[in-house]
Write a protein that binds this ligand. Structure first.
Ligand code: SF4
Length: 287
């Protein structure tokens, strides 16, 4: 079995920068990470062992007990920022600038009088942060949810890790079902997400199956899996080398390897090495 690595994969600059900031924190026990710093269990385990407190994403309404709160790369709303600072919390902000760009685009659309449509996953922390500052909004997850909106001015932004092909499809459906509306679209899918997806598309022509490495909660990782499956290529989503199931690879001659934007280089290399070891076993079983 041959392993072909995607030419673009793994950790994006937004996550790398967030990790650099957190690595400079001198007193981790005074800091609560407001949600999951990244959707990567390997990284989260390391942070917990350093002494950081972590608020579960679903429990962010509770005020952290520590004096310092670290905002993750996924960002938070201005409302949430105000709530934390007015409670006397000192903030360490690792919001990715490309998430900030989505907030700015959504607020500009709001100020221009648009009903804001956010293409993304309802309940995802990034999407929560975007909509919490809006009064007139709707989160669009799929075609079935697109309605004819009462507003005649529709402004569209996207979760940074949405798949561009889904965004294009949903944009068309929104236009079809709202023929009388003035629609303004701002493409806020981030460049690293687009580059990862394009790289997997290039890979698909030369592999029988794909291994996608990343946290189970990671939206962009799941989108990479979906892309492979939509193109008829089997894909398996693993968090680490330990999760590889040798039986899954039986019959595949060439396997592609890619990873989401919060996956450590070391985790990718461990999975790659495990695949190479596995390939020996797969080939010997085939003979
Ligand atoms: S995936 Fe995109 S938006 Fe999210 S942290 Fe990385 S670069 Fe920033």
């Amino acid at each position: 079995m041959r392993v072909v690595r995607a030419d673009v994969m793994g950790m994006c600059f937004g996550v790398r920068d967030a990790l650099k900031i957190i690595n400079r924190v001198e007193e981790p026990q005074t800091v609560t990470i407001h949600g999951q710093l990244v959707h990567n269990e390997v990284v989260l385990d390391r942070l917990e062992s350093k002494g950081f407190a972590m608020a579960d994403e679903s429990a962010r309404a509770d005020l952290p007990e520590t004096p310092v709160v670290l905002i993750t790369a996924h960002g938070i709303s201005d409302k949430e920022r105000a709530r934390l600072t007015s409670a006397g919390k000192q903030l360490i902000d690792t919001t990715c600038p490309l998430v900030t760009r989505v907030h700015q685009a959504a607020l500009k659309l709001r100020d221009e009088g648009y009903h804001v449509l956010v293409i993304g996953r309802r309940g995802h922390v990034e999407v929560q942060g975007i909509i919490e500052d809006l009064d007139s909004f709707y989160v669009v997850q799929n075609e079935d949810e697109v309605i004819t909106f009462p507003s005649k001015r529709l402004g569209i932004v996207c979760q940074t890790t949405a798949a561009s092909r889904n965004v294009a499809r949903l944009r068309d459906v929104i236009a079809e079902r709202n023929p009388d509306a003035e629609i303004k679209f701002v493409d806020t899918v981030c460049l690293p997400t687009k580059d990862h997806q394009r790289s997997v598309e290039r890979l698909l022509g030369e592999v029988d199956a794909v291994v996608v490495v990343g946290g189970h909660n990671s939206n962009n990782t799941r989108e990479l899996v979906t892309l492979c499956l939509e193109r008829g290529i089997p894909a398996v989503h693993v968090q680490s080398a330990d999760s590889l199931d040798p039986d899954w690879f039986a019959g595949y001659e060439t396997v592609g390897l890619t990873a989401g934007t919060s996956t450590l280089d070391s985790t990718i290399d461990e999975v790659h090495q495990a695949l190479l070891r596995l390939s020996v076993g797969v080939e010997s079983r085939a003979h």
